[in-house]
Ligand binder design. Structure first.
Ligand SMILES: Cc1cc2nc3c(=O)[nH]c(=O)nc-3n(C[C@H](O)[C@H](O)[C@H](O)COP(=O)(O)OP(=O)(O)OC[C@H]3O[C@@H](n4cnc5c(N)ncnc54)[C@H](O)[C@@H]3O)c2cc1C
Length: 587
């Protein structure tokens, strides 16, 4: 019997695994997707090779790309952008690591308290999470982002509409700032040489391909690759815990899709998690038992696995309350070079506490074309009244076509994009359920993702309109010659809160320690456990801080651990001891 089994090796799972491996527990991590052991060979800069949702190396599916991707039912125009594999969706992520605003936590009494999702606050105060934020920030590490031309234009626009610069970690009022991100800053020849190689080049090489996975600089040990996706940060640490803490390395099995969580009867009458069954690519099924099971399959697969395992769902909230930041996309076309396709992809942001935020988003050409042809408002000018969105002062709303589209795409480095991140409400109508029993793949009944795009709460819709208008103003103040608002359908990149922790037993799945209320010994450690949309902060840092706190709780509550063991001094994932072990073990 294992001490702990972690299901899923994406943004949250490896955090729990690393913290518990460091404390000497026997941890098994099961990941349903591939392990990219040699990214310099396995990944490319070809956008379709990487990002095609059915055949790309980044998709939700098995590692054998000849086999089909895992299907999902989307009963509305929408797309869920996730990755199966070691690193999970952080393989795509931009590494932006803002903390959630204080207003989303319990006990917040600021003058703007009513502006947040007051019915679904985190079940603890911001101050409770603060040491865990700091711990993760030191581990990844999180630093002030390296910036380039596109950021300077964003800042010019933000200043132009009268926003002040913010220099604190937590913006208390509308303001702009560089991102705090988990991408190592460029050093040596990084960003300067034609073919930057380690050790002359260290950190971000400004290649502009954050989306396709970070294997730069070439020749760097895995834990020294620039972007701190978990495959480059927490995973190397969890596999080498003996080398840098005297802990016990976690065991990782990739291509191992967990199909069932098992329970036994518990002493309090509540069932207790006892183990899992997973399937390997050759079709063999394996059972492993453990004292504690940690569910970290992401906001779609975690509720799906719960449902397919027929675990109890007494209040009906498993899978409900999906938040996604109700994203929108506004872009400006400029006469000057914006550097849109270069550098760390998104290094500037503006925050509007209580409403959400804006960030610039640099894209390579294929994704740029996708981003500006994805719309819930149809072809620009053709059916303006059909959508709840307004132009918000933009020149066009919806897809631009023909000559206008060609002109704007002619040079990707004349565009500046702004992503609208809405502080959206937890709404029980939005969520993940199972499609009709019998309609499944090898892993069970298919998940059905419902996002009632046009019927979001009044606060959510207000926030999105407010932010879209701010984005338009920033682009105009920065000197854009034309500004276009897409009104995206749900493009779900920030999948959150489908297994939410909460203050009330009536509308939450997990308690304040991220332990499920209905199954003892079953913890949740991915974005799904977030209590709300985290005020539109990009979610991964908050998930990782919560997961760190959860790991500490598992250690003290179930293994008699001393809370101070393992917490004396954070070890950074680029520490020499980790690097030496990564090189010595060929990780
Ligand atoms: C383009 C893009 C940019 C982004 N940029 C940012 C950013 O800058 N900052 C930020 O904070 N966030 C960003 N995100 C979001 C970020 O990637 C997610 O917040 C994060 O990855 C979520 O972590 P997770 O653990 O919830 O899920 P995931 O990272 O999706 O990991 C879940 C893992 O579990 C595995 N799994 C699922 N079910 C099973 C099962 N039954 N058995 C075994 N394994 C299973 C999956 O294969 C997957 O690897 C971005 C996302 C995208 C798509």
């Amino acid at each position: 019997m294992r001490d702990v089994i972690v299901i899923g090796c994406g943004g949250g799972g490896p955090v729990v695994a690393k913290e518990l491996a460091a404390r000497g527990l026997d941890v098994l991590v099961l990941e349903g997707g591939p392990r990219f052991a040699n990214p310099e060979q396995e990944w490319s800069r070809l956008e379709n090779d990487a990002n095609n949702p059915t055949t790309g190396y980044y998709r939700v599916g098995p590692s054998d790309r000849e086999r089909s991707a895992y299907p999902r039912a989307l009963p509305q125009d929408s797309y869920v952008w996730q990755v199966a594999g070691v690193g999970g969706t952080t393989l795509h992520y931009y590494g932006n690591c803002p903390r959630a605003p204080r207003g989303v936590f319990d006990g917040y009494a600021g003058s703007d308290a009513a502006n947040y999702d007051v019915d679904h606050r985190f079940p603890f105060a911001y101050e409770e999470l603060l040491p865990y934020y700091e711990w993760v920030e030191a581990t990844l590490p999180v630093q002030t982002a390296a910036m380039g031309t596109k950021e300077s234009i964003f800042f010019r626009g933000a200043e132009g509409i009268g926003l002040p610069v913010n220099t604190a970690k937590q913006p208390e009022a509308p303001s702009f700032r560089p991102q705090e991100n988990a991408i190592l800053q460029p050093q040596g020849t990084a960003g300067k040489a034609e073919d930057p190689r380690f050790p002359d080049a260290q950190g971000c090489t400004f290649c502009g391909h954050c989306f396709q996975g970070c294997s730069m600089p070439r020749g760097a040990p895995r834990n020294l690759k620039a972007k701190r996706s978990t495959d480059n940060s927490y995973v190397p640490m969890m596999l080498t815990a003996d080398a840098w803490t005297g802990g016990r390395p976690a065991e990782l099995i990739a291509d191992a899709f967990v199909q069932k969580i098992h329970t036994a009867s518990g002493s309090t009458g509540v069932p207790r998690a006892s183990g899992v069954t997973y399937e390997l690519p050759d079709g063999t099924k394996h059972r492993e038992d453990a004292r504690i099971v940690v569910l970290a399959g992401g906001a779609v697969e975690s509720p799906r696995l719960w449902r397919n395992s027929e675990l109890p769902n007494p209040n009906g909230w498993v899978g409900r309350g999906f938040t996604d930041h109700h994203l929108d996309w506004v872009f400006g076309v400029f006469d000057e070079d914006t550097g849109n396709s270069k550098g760390a992809s998104s290094s500037a942001r503006a925050d509007f506490p209580g409403y959400g935020g804006l960030e610039n988003g640099g894209l390579p050409p294929g994704l740029q074309a996708f981003a500006q042809t994805f719309s819930d408002s149809g072809i620009s000018g053709a059916r303006r009244t059909a959508s709840p969105a307004t132009p918000a002062g933009a020149d066009t709303l919806g897809r631009i076509v023909g000559r206008e589209l060609l002109d704007s795409l002619q040079d990707v480095n004349r565009i500046l994009n702004i992503l609208v991140l809405t502080d959206d409400d937890v709404e029980s109508q939005n969520g993940v359920s199972l499609l009709q029993p019998g309609l499944g793949d090898t892993n069970g009944t298919i998940p059905k993702i419902t996002m009632r795009h046009r019927r979001r709460s009044a606060r959510t819709l207000r926030n999105r309109e407010f932010l879209a208008a701010k984005a338009v103003q920033i682009l105009r103040a920065a000197g854009a010659k034309s500004v276009h608002r897409m009104d995206w359908p749900p493009l779900i990149l920030h999948s959150q809160s489908t297994m939410r922790m909460g203050l009330s037993e009536a509308d939450s799945v997990a308690d304040a320690w991220a332990q499920s209320r209905a199954v003892a010994g079953l913890y949740i450690a991915d974005n799904s456990v977030l209590a709300n949309s985290a005020g539109a902060a990009n979610p991964t840092l908050t998930t990782q801080a919560v997961a760190t706190r959860t790991a500490e709780r598992i250690f003290t509550e179930h293994f008699g651990g001393d809370p101070w063991v393992g917490r004396e001094e954070p070890v950074c994932s680029i520490d020499d001891r980790v690097t030496e072990a990564v090189i010595a073990r060929g990780l």
